[in-house]
Write a protein that binds this ligand. Structure first.
Ligand SMILES: [Zn+2]
Length: 355
């Protein structure tokens, strides 16, 4: 039986308050974005080993899955370890910071959970995660995900989103790689994970999916390095279903020859607004982020407008393709709308670019 792990990227994209301090990061990068980046990198590293992984957060970030649901999912799946990834706050713009790793208050230092805590802390520090100035970096707390999970559960606060020392570090891809590597090293050693031979099994679907994940990761990395957020969007098609989320122009949202009837858009940081026009109809109301979707089920969309909710040093671009034909040109911010009235669209792309 292979080792099972639940990975929990804390919060969701829209969780109030959970973001980097604006004076240290003008994009106010969301905590979930940082948590999820490490979670994804860890998953990629672990894909070389014989281990079962479940993500208990919403990997699109759209929903902040309740803590009760996260625990329930891990408990029902009988995982061997629950690993929650977070970033800290409380430094209030000072130089204070560093890694903190938590176990539940009822667990002893030398019990199974305590041993995981020490192993994970040591491995993260060895991998280069900044130690900072924590007087007590291996703490106990009565956090719900530590209390209500049946297995050993550990929560890592990888660094402070409001520390003048930590913030610029935790925003980098390099840091996320170190954190993921530290977690992976610890799991491989402590759970004695064997290299999997699954890599050699050819499976077209798996390859396509991992290729898509790779492209998305590259987009996320490129934009994060440039300090730009990225767009996450999905469409509802005539065949009565919401398709998967797409990140920037790593792919398009839609299915060729199937009219689009609904649209959801959000950014990894910052806020976006959008509206759609329906064939033979009118412009529907503007929607902000995922507070609603734009569209009316049963009515085909022929044009889309997208704009940033607040002026910034980047722009949002959108382009659409009419059914059976090539894309119309990209439209930047709300200078124009994307589409031709009267022609239903089947593909849409939205991306963030430098001004
Ligand atoms: Zn958190």
């Amino acid at each position: 039986m292979s080792f099972k792990i639940a990975i929990d990227a804390g919060h969701g994209l829209y969780t109030a308050g959970k973001r980097c301090l604006a004076s240290l990061d003008s994009s106010e990068t969301r905590e979930w974005t940082l948590n999820s980046r490490i979670a994804e990198k860890l998953q990629n590293l672990l894909s070389n080993y014989d281990v079962e992984i479940i993500r208990v957060d919403d990997t699109t970030g759209a929903t902040d899955v309740t803590l009760a649901d996260r625990c329930a999912k891990a408990n029902l799946s009988n995982v061997d370890l629950y690993l929650s990834i977070h970033h800290n706050a409380g430094a209030n713009g000072t130089e204070s910071g560093g890694l903190e790793v938590y176990r539940h208050s009822s667990c002893t230092e030398n019990g199974e959970t305590g041993l995981w805590q020490t192993a994970i802390y040591d491995s993260l520090i060895n991998a280069g995660v900044p130690q900072g100035n924590r007087a007590n970096p291996k703490k106990t707390a009565d956090f719900q995900v530590l209390r209500n999970t049946k297995m050993s559960a550990i929560l890592c606060e990888m660094g402070f989103m409001d520390s003048s020392v930590d913030t610029s570090v935790i925003l980098t891809d390099k840091f996320a790689n170190k954190a993921a590597q530290g977690l992976c090293n610890c799991l491989v050693a402590k759970a004695s994970l064997a290299k999997s031979d699954a890599q050699s099994v050819s499976n077209t679907e798996t390859q396509t999916v991992s290729q898509a994940t790779k492209t998305i990761n590259q987009t996320v990395e490129t934009n994060t390095a440039a300090n730009l957020p990225y767009a996450v969007y999905q469409v509802y098609t005539k065949a009565n279903k919401w398709l998967s989320n797409v990140v920037d122009d790593s792919d398009y949202a839609g299915i060729k020859r199937r009219a689009i009837q609904g649209l959801y858009v959000n950014l990894s940081a910052g806020s976006v607004q959008y509206q759609v026009h329906t064939v033979g109809g009118k412009w529907l109301p503007w929607v902000t982020d995922r507070l609603d979707y734009a569209g009316v089920f049963g009515k085909n969309i022929d044009a889309v407008r997208v704009k940033l909710a607040h002026a910034n040093n980047y722009s949002v671009q959108c382009r659409v393709a009419p059914i059976g034909s090539d894309y119309y040109p990209w439209v930047t911010d709300d200078n124009d709308y994307a589409g031709v009235l009267g022609k239903a669209i089947d593909r849409i792309q939205i991306r963030i670019v430098n001004k």
